[in-house]
Design a protein. Structure first.
Length: 267
């Protein structure tokens, strides 16, 4: 199997092997990477974390675990501009800096090995964690508790004062959804780093990991445009048009397709 097939196979296990899946994503970009070696080294981090945890039942260790990671210098990556290494798990483990989702995947793996209940939450703009049954969420970057008002404030900081908190923002994310979101993050970061071929790998993986959205097809169309592949760009624009339910955006997509014209080039 190649790296992508390994990634998909990890998600079919019971329970899914999310950290290993994320490592295979990194291996797709860096073929010399050995995910099995990184997993063996992960045991050292587990020992470091466990050594600093309080003597509490495993079910009460989620927040202390996140705070322990903070003590071990795991923090949100604040580089400007943010680079792909903030979402490539081996580099996050080495640098101890990453996006919230990347830090959350590390915390989820540690929690699973410690027998501590913890789940991911698909909060927009800033991935969060939840102890099942708790009345609050946890920030994977600091361990801070977030109640409903805190979540509203976070949403407004990310999307502006017009944003409204919805129940869908607080739902638990499946393993497949988390790896798809990681792939979307990498797609954006690779494009911003002017690495369209790497971004194309991420865009293709996004479409394999779950039902594609209009934005997913548009994102891949933009990559193909950068790579001067008009036929492939047209394919994704047509798929985006089929998924579009906004009249103004529908018109814009139709106009873009019209300007693109039909190319006979093969890509």
């Amino acid at each position: 199997m190649d790296a992508r097939q390994h990634c998909l196979a990890c998600l079919e296990r019971d329970p899914p092997a999310m950290l290993e899946a994320a490592l295979w994503i990194a291996a797709e970009h860096k073929p010399r990477l050995r995910p099995d070696q990184v997993l063996r080294e992960f045991g050292g981090l587990l020992q470091q974390v466990a050594a600093g945890l309080p003597q509490l039942p495993p079910a009460e260790l989620a927040q202390p675990l996140l705070r322990r990671l903070n003590e071990l210098d795991f923090h949100e990556d604040d580089d400007t501009p943010l680079r792909p290494r903030a979402a490539l798990l081996p580099e996050v483990l080495t640098r101890r800096r990453g996006q919230p989702l990347s830090l959350a995947l590390i915390a989820l793996e540690l929690a699973a090995r410690l027998g501590t209940p913890l789940a991911g939450v698909s909060f927009p703009g800033h991935f969060l964690l939840r102890v099942p049954g708790a009345d609050h969420l946890l920030d994977p970057c600091s361990g801070r508790r977030l109640y409903t008002r805190d979540c509203r404030d976070l949403l407004v900081r990310v999307y502006g004062p017009q944003a409204e908190l919805q129940a869908t923002h607080l739902r638990t994310a499946s393993a497949q959804e988390m790896i798809q979101r990681l792939s979307r993050n990498l797609r954006v970061l690779h494009m911003e780093a002017s690495e369209p071929l790497a971004a194309l790998k991420d865009a293709e993986r996004v479409l394999l990991l779950g039902p594609p959205t209009m934005q997913d097809h548009l994102a891949r169309a933009d990559i193909y445009q950068r790579l001067d592949c008009p036929q492939a760009e047209r394919y994704d624009l047509e798929r985006a048009l089929l998924l579009c339910d906004d009249a103004a955006q529908h018109l814009q997509l139709a106009q873009r397709l019209s300007r693109l014209g039909r190319s006979q080039a093969l890509h």
